[in-house]
Design a protein. Structure first.
Length: 76
C-alpha cells in the first residue's frame, strides 16, 4: 500500500460504506485512495515509506551485587 502526504483534509471510502477522514500528515492508504487524493482531488502527494525509527538499545543495568557466599559450618 502506498504512503501519501496529505496537504489538505479529505474524505474517502474504499468500500462505499465507511467514510474515512484523512487529516493533514502522512498516511498509508489503499491504491485507489492514493489515486483519488493525488490525481483527482489534488490534496496529497506520493511519498516513500517513512523510515521506522531505529530501536533504542536497552539501558544497560548495573550488574546485581551478589551476597557473599557463606562458609559452610560443620554443624557445631
Amino acid at each position: 500500500m502506498p504512503f501519501i502526504k496529505v496537504n489538505k483534509q479529505f474524505k474517502h471510502s474504499d468500500d462505499g460504506n465507511a467514510v474515512n477522514t484523512y487529516e493533514v500528515g502522512e498516511h498509508e492508504v489503499s491504491d485507489r485512495c492514493a489515486e483519488v487524493a493525488i490525481d483527482q482531488l489534488e490534496v496529497a502527494e506520493l511519498i516513500d515509506a517513512p523510515e521506522e525509527p531505529e530501536p533504542k538499545a536497552p539501558a544497560k543495568k548495573a550488574p546485581a551485587k551478589k551476597a557473599p557466599a557463606k562458609k559452610p559450618t560443620n554443624g557445631q
